[in-house]
Design a protein around this ligand. Structure first.
Ligand SMILES: [Zn+2]
Length: 221
């Protein structure tokens, strides 16, 4: 009787929606969402909510080198234990996107010149803030990609006590995991040894464009 019942129930079950086609991950990189399912993705360059005002990424993903992803996981575990989640703005950034950013704002100190590259182009940098356990963004000194003086990592003018506390919590967790601080951007952290790594122009969705050939590595050009 039981097998019949199961068969009837299965027959009556609504058809499950087709699972989204998994997006390929470029070789050598790790999708952070697979390791940190509670991380909140707010990948700004996949939206128009960035300083260029249009989407530059085809997908909202946080890809990193495995070593950088393991360090980020350490920071996330430490922060989770204190009641926080990571809010991720940007991770690996293809070199072709770096060129578009540089064209929009050719200002060293805020956007890396694609000739030398950003550690984001090496999949060894991450831009992030804190969210609460419900995923709501917490007060930080400025918005992401704010180019004003309050974005500096140790700025005090115009930065509330609560924002300073959140910034310190984030910085302490990231530096304990081995990341280094960017003095002009509170949200940006580099993995150790990033400068020695090659620049990458791998597509975020893992799809090589027609005739793209193998991944290009730096130094660029
Ligand atoms: Zn950054």
């Amino acid at each position: 009787m039981l097998p019949l019942l199961v068969a009837l129930l299965l027959a009556a079950a609504p058809i499950a929606p087709a699972a989204p086609t998994p997006v390929a991950t470029p070789p050598g990189l790790v999708d952070v969402a697979g390791r940190l399912p509670d991380a909140v993705l707010d990948i700004r360059y996949a939206t128009a909510d960035n300083f260029v005002g249009r989407p530059l990424y085809p997908v909202a993903r946080c890809l990193l080198l495995p070593e950088a992803a393991a360090r980020l996981e350490r920071a996330a575990v430490a922060l989770r234990g204190r009641g926080f989640r990571l809010l991720l703005f940007d991770c690996y950034r293809p070199l072709s996107v770096q060129r578009a950013l540089w064209k929009a704002m050719p200002k060293r100190g805020f956007v890396a010149d694609p000739a030398t590259g950003s550690h984001h182009n090496r999949a060894a940098a991450v831009d992030l803030a804190l969210a609460d356990l419900a995923g709501a963004p917490l007060e930080m000194p400025t918005g992401f990609d704010d180019f004003g003086p309050a974005a500096r990592a140790w700025a005090t003018d115009g930065v509330s006590a609560r924002a300073r506390r959140h910034r310190a919590l984030l910085r302490d967790a990231m530096t304990a995991a081995g990341f280094t601080v960017n003095p002009v951007e509170w949200w940006h952290f580099d993995a150790p040894g990033a400068a020695a790594l090659p620049l990458l122009d791998l597509p975020l969705d893992g799809e090589q464009g027609a005739g793209a050939g193998p991944a290009k590595a730096g130094p660029w050009p």
